[in-house]
Design a binder for this molecule. Structure first.
Ligand code: UT7
Length: 325
């Protein structure tokens, strides 16, 4: 069987660092509240960058690390909610700036699980022999869909992008298994309204003037602390692996308390969980690939390590993946 493998990773982050104290200057909040409830100390906010620029940086790093040239890519999949514009799609814009002329390009929307869904899609194309080298991205400029007067949401999120180049494995290493899921019945707990339909054949509808993320934080929290461990347990059981076999867990960086709860429920030592939310906050589809890239480049994740990637969020959606690096 052909197996897909992560050949290289990269990340692109805005320059501007925004601390909790910076937020407390215009919001009724405090550094203590944000740190204690979320584990977040600062985040990066796109004060001048576009999402395409952040993704290009992440993609170039991933291509450099993997030694893959733009012309070799036969697919680009970008997971995002916040493309700079709906048309052309982000992945085709990346194709243009990278010169990846042979790639088929499409975007994918699965909120904070987006990168795992995109990586699984790349895995399927590679395993079925329909693609050999795929560039996968998760990127968001969430700051443009935040209500900056709503302290219960805007303090959580940050902007950034992460990328992975996926190719054919030469050995037994690579992407071993994935578990994906969705629960549309619970979708309203994390939502973003769209533009109302306007056409000459339909009575005018009053839509929101600006579209912002709405989140029922505690509902999302409850979903995450039950669904993430369940998905990881299922993934490991089906792969014949145990918690003890896993070297590193790279979970979506939404809240430190969610990660601690997942560790407890899985009976896994907290030290095995990669954490960088204190510096970047929750970057939605970008959080798993940014953490993966930092884990690899810092030496925390090494060749041969068995790792679990796991994302969860709007939809509701979730996805976990078992990877032998
Ligand atoms: O990637 C998408 C996934 N999203 C998530 O994973 C988010 C999951 N949820 C969470 O992380 C948490 O629910 C939050 C961090 C969003 C909120 O923490 P919480 O412990 O659930 O707080 P809460 O909503 O129960 O609010 C507790 C209190 C409230 O005040 P009262 O009613 O007790 O007086 C809030 O108004 O904290 C207040 N509060 C704040 N206070 C200071 C809410 N936000 C803030 C704030 N600063 N930023």
């Amino acid at each position: 069987m052909i197996r897909a493998k992560i050949l290289g990773t990269g990340r692109g982050l805005p320059e501007r660092v925004v601390t909790n104290d910076d937020l407390a200057e215009f919001l009724d909040t405090s550094d203590t509240w944000i740190r204690e409830r979320t584990g977040i100390c600062q985040r990066r906010i796109a004060a001048k960058e576009t999402l395409l620029e952040l993704c290009e940086e992440a993609a170039r790093q991933a291509m450099d690390q993997s030694g893959v040239e733009a012309g070799e890519l036969d697919m680009i999949i970008a997971a995002t909610l916040t493309a700079d514009h709906p048309l052309p799609n982000l992945s085709s814009s990346l194709q243009r700036v990278l010169g990846a002329d042979n790639a088929v390009c499409f975007d994918l929307s699965a909120a904070c699980s987006g990168f795992i869904f995109a990586l699984t899609t790349a895995q399927m194309y590679i395993q079925s022999g329909h693609a050999k080298k795929v560039l996968v991205l998760g990127g968001e400029i969430l700051s443009k869909i935040m209500d900056w007067t709503d302290r219960s949401t805007c303090i959580l999120f940050g902007d950034g992008a992460g990328a992975a180049v996926v190719g054919v494995s030469e050995n037994e290493q690579g992407i071993l298994a994935a578990d994906l899921g969705s629960n549309g019945k619970k979708g309203s707990v994390l939502s973003l309204p769209g533009r109302p339909v306007e056409n000459p054949f339909r009575p005018a509808e009053k839509g929101p003037e600006k579209c912002y993320v709405h989140m029922e934080g505690q509902e999302v929290f409850k979903f995450a602390v039950s669904q993430v461990p369940a998905s990881i347990r299922k993934l490991l059981e089906e792969s014949g692996k145990s918690i003890a076999d896993v070297d590193c867990f790279v979970l979506h960086q939404a809240n430190l308390r969610i990660i601690r709860s997942a560790a407890k429920r899985l009976k896994a030592p907290e030290e095995k969980f990669f954490i960088n939310m204190e510096r970047y906050g929750n970057t939605s589809a970008a959080s798993v690939p940014i953490a993966l890239d930092e884990g690899i480049r810092s030496g925390r994740i090494k060749k041969g390590d068995l790792i679990v990637l796991s994302g969860f969020g709007g939809g509701l959606t979730w996805g976990s993946m078992l990877v032998q690096m």
